[in-house]
Design a protein. Structure first.
Length: 469
């Protein structure tokens, strides 16, 4: 009798298990063959490396089409393609064969660029009276996708307010496992005008017509390790050289380079990054997370001794077809509590490190932290066909989206050494307001924001970004 019960129990559980397995197979999709069409230079192995599925992968049926759309955007994030279309077709045994159609972007470009010398458009417009003397004219030559692995060489020559020459080479993958990459860079600049101090949270400038006040050289190398699709480890080493005119030290700011006319220092940074954003220039879904350690001055001969830990986290999510939201946190902690030369104490006010409502201000310090929040409503999502008016084939169709945005930011900068003339340090900073964002050609973003700060100073501010990274 016990033997009969055991056999009966085994029979029933087996039938139940087989039925569950059959249901799982019915509700899931198995990826079959993957075929890539339209490539001219890009290696197929590189494209397959950027996908989150491969032949034999299984996914729930109801999420399959969404996954294809996500992988289209992931391939667009590489910057190699103007257009990506991923389709699925019925394969053998209910599998799904995948067809990837791409239209590659141009590989060789010669681009004239006019850009502002100031920290952002708003400083140039409000404080510098939008004079054209503060423009830079740059000619950039870029040879992209040289070996079919998204590697590139870029040479930039710049005249105007800041004279600059820069050479950069990046190879994301250099081994057959497509996990290890390298990069090199050289930079040389010189300026006749220099911002030499911060007073009342604004930059002070001095210009010489016939002499250069600042020279800078930088040599940089980087090693990338990308073991998984979303994770990247980066080790960067660089050497920096700054040289100032004696007038800067003797008459403007003795501490600009710590009392010296030259500053030479090496720096090493290790960072780990997680990035699964659906669209890097203007994400609607996904997360970005980066932690880094940066040591400046490893050797006794270095002109600086600093050590930082920084962390940045951004999260994006869709509420429904029109509404989306984003939250970000950015912190930096000085692990060596030392007073540094003025040239090395930047905190908030440069590039993307800013708090809305404080666009015209520069806040120096050793440590900082801020939180930024945005609620976005999409009012337009369409495409313009320029037709014969656009001679460049890849630019004839312009996808665009428009959003109305509500922003709210909160931040703090800690300056334990030099804050007497800059009262925005060592206090809570609150800013925010409303704005309108324009996204064009996938990677061109323009933001117009009406913002205020803790002083209730209103202002209309413009920010823009015309590249993927």
């Amino acid at each position: 009798m016990p033997l009969f019960r055991s056999i009966f129990f085994f029979f029933i559980t087996s039938l139940y298990s087989f039925s569950l397995l059959a249901q799982l197979r019915t509700d899931s999709i198995c990826v079959g063959e993957i075929e890539v069409k339209g490539t001219r230079k890009t290696k197929i192995t590189y494209i397959l490396r950027e996908l989150d599925f491969s032949p034999g992968s299984n996914f729930p049926h109801d999420s399959w089409l969404t996954r294809l759309e996500q992988n289209e955007k992931r391939l667009l994030n590489t910057g190699l393609f103007f257009h990506v279309d991923i389709r699925e077709s019925q394969g053998a045994d209910s599998g799904r064969n995948v067809e990837i159609l791409v239209r590659e972007a141009g590989r060789l470009s010669l681009t004239p660029i006019v850009e502002l010398a100031d920290r952002n458009f708003n400083v140039w417009w409000e404080e510098k009276d939008h004079i054209l003397d503060r423009l830079n004219f740059r000619l950039t030559t870029r040879w992209s996708n040289m070996r079919g692995r998204n590697d590139y060489v870029r040479l930039s020559l710049q005249l105007g307010y800041t004279q600059k020459a820069e050479l950069q080479y990046v190879l994301p993958f250099m081994n057959k496992f497509q996990k290890l990459g390298i990069g090199f860079g050289l930079l040389a600049t010189r300026n006749k005008e220099l911002y030499y101090a911060t007073q009342e949270n604004r930059q002070l400038f001095r210009v010489f017509e016939n002499e250069y006040l600042l020279h800078r050289l930088r040599a940089q190398t980087a090693l990338y390790f990308r073991q998984k699709l979303y994770w990247t480890h980066t080790l960067t080493a660089e050497w920096n050289h700054f040289q100032i005119n004696p007038y800067v030290r003797d008459s403007l700011n003795f501490n600009y380079l710590g009392g010296a006319l030259r500053q030479r220092f090496d720096a090493v940074e290790y960072s780990v990054t997680f990035d699964n954003r659906n669209m890097i220039p203007y994400p609607e879904q996904g997360s970005y997370w980066k932690n880094s350690l940066n040591k400046q001055g490893l050797f006794i001969t270095s002109g600086i001794d600093a050590f930082y830990f920084s962390s940045e986290w951004r999260h994006y999510y869709v509420l429904d077809t029109k509404w989306s939201a984003t939250h970000s946190v950015h912190t930096r902690l000085g692990l060596q509590r030392k007073d540094l030369p003025y040239n090395n104490i930047r905190a908030i006010g440069f590039d993307e490190t800013y708090i809305r409502g404080y666009d015209l201000y520069l806040i120096d310090g050793l440590d900082f932290a801020y939180i930024k929040n945005s609620l976005r409503y999409k009012i337009a999502d369409s495409e313009i066909d320029w037709g014969k008016w656009m001679p460049l084939e890849g630019w004839k169709r312009m996808p665009f989206r428009i959003y109305i945005v509500a922003n709210g930011d909160l931040g703090y900068v800690n300056n334990p050494f030099n804050f007497e003339t800059n009262d925005f340090a060592n206090r809570m900073l609150i800013g925010g307001g409303f704005g309108m964002d324009f996204v064009m050609y996938y990677s061109r973003v323009i933001r117009i924001e009406l913002s205020t700060n803790h002083l209730l100073e209103p202002g209309i501010f413009l920010h823009y970004k015309f590249s993927i990274k």
